[in-house]
Design a protein around this ligand. Structure first.
Ligand SMILES: Cc1ncc(C[n+]2csc(CCOP(=O)(O)OP(=O)(O)O)c2C)c(N)n1
Length: 343
């Protein structure tokens, strides 16, 4: 695991503690994400999904912080590793799972899959499978927000390896130049598929590289939901005041393989074991109880609710019909000239 210099390290120096409703909502999101992630991985391994699944285990605290910091009018652009981000922005688990099963009740009627999950009604604008390609899209959205003066912020999430892609550098440059209302949230899980960060980046402190664009940049403990929330809230406020972009490097660790079916025996066991000790949902659970911010009974109740929500979503998705042949060409091309020629 890389050397870490963090601007916020523990929940105790994360600023004020949010009220109970926010804490519970964050815990609910983390535990729902963990449970849905584990079940999706099982479904992927059993060959029951229509596409690959990209686990978000290890990143749940970052997703919960995004959910707590954004309002419905703010917009989020994510990647293929999007389960937690989508839930955080308010996409229903039913529609996410139906999309992964390729069913009509999915966010793209089963035709988009995990790489094109989106729900514009809740501001979850786009997800992409091309590493780094979400950043220029988000910069365009932020420019639109700046021009219309709506005070909305755009957040874009991406992995650590995306910071070595050309589109990332173009996006960062324009965002800094035009002081756009955008927050770049790098979910640094320290792996790009099979390659550890130190083998593809000359400096593993990605926030330092980002600061060279004259962007306010910080390194945050991405296992810590409140430290991450504080950093994202501050960045979103900066965006709303039109004071320009922020880059947040949220340092986590990938607790699974790259995809639901991928081998990850190459990951050093000692690193994985150390990271597993900070598994976000159970760690936050213990912390909330230890701090007296909630009771064990209340947490058990939230766990049961999350289990029921996840079970319902998978059942709903399995029962949803597959799209008919008549759906093959609808919503696929913006210009349907070609479609009309083959019908
Ligand atoms: C432009 C591009 N190059 C390569 C790939 C193949 N690829 C898919 S995911 C991935 C790793 C990306 O790692 P990172 O950006 O850190 O995100 P993570 O998967 O860890 O969330 C690669 C190389 C791709 N999809 N797009």
């Amino acid at each position: 695991m890389s050397e870490q210099t963090l601007s916020h390290t523990t929940t105790t120096d994360a600023g004020s503690v949010p009220d109970t409703a926010v804490l519970e909502q964050m815990y609910r999101l983390m535990v729902t994400t963990t449970l849905a992630d584990k079940r999706s991985t099982e479904e992927a391994k059993a060959g029951r999904l229509q596409a690959a699944f990209y686990p978000v285990r290890g990143m749940e605290a970052v997703c919960a912080a995004i959910g707590a910091a954004l309002t419905p009018q703010d917009r989020l652009v994510s990647t293929y590793r999007n389960l937690g981000d989508a839930l955080a922005k308010g996409v229903t688990l039913r529609s996410i799972m139906a999309e992964l099963y390729g069913r009509v009740d999915g966010t793209s009627k089963g035709k988009g899959g995990p790489m094109h999950l989106h729900d514009t009604a809740v501001g979850f604008i786009a997800t992409t499978g091309i590493v780094g390609s979400g950043l220029p899209i988000a910069v365009g959205l932020a420019l639109a927000n700046q021009l219309d003066g709506s005070g909305a912020a755009t957040v874009v999430t991406f992995g650590d390896a995306a910071t070595s892609i050309g589109a990332y550098h173009e996006a960062m440059n324009f965002a800094a130049l035009w002081k756009l209302p955008i927050v770049f949230v790098c979910q640094n899980n320290q792996w790009g598929e099979h390659t550890p960060i130190a083998e593809y980046a000359p400096s593993v402190e990605l926030a330092k590289r980002a600061a060279a664009y004259s962007i306010h940049a910080e390194r945050v403990d991405g296992f810590d939901p409140l430290a991450t929330l504080h950093a994202i809230e501050t960045a979103v406020e900066r965006a709303r005041r039109n004071e320009g972009p922020t880059f947040l490097e949220c340092v986590t660790y990938r607790l699974t393989g790259h995809s639901g079916t991928a081998d990850f025996s190459y990951v050093p066991r000692n690193e994985l074991e150390a990271a597993m000790k900070r598994d976000p949902a159970p760690t936050f659970r213990s912390w909330l109880i230890d701090q007296g911010l909630t009771t064990g009974e209340r947490i058990d109740e939230l766990d049961r609710e999350a289990e029921a929500y996840v079970a319902d979503a998978f059942q709903f998705a399995e029962n949803s019909p597959l799209p008919g042949e008549d759906e093959l060409f609808t919503d696929v091309f913006a210009d349907d000239t070609w479609v009309r020629s083959v019908k």
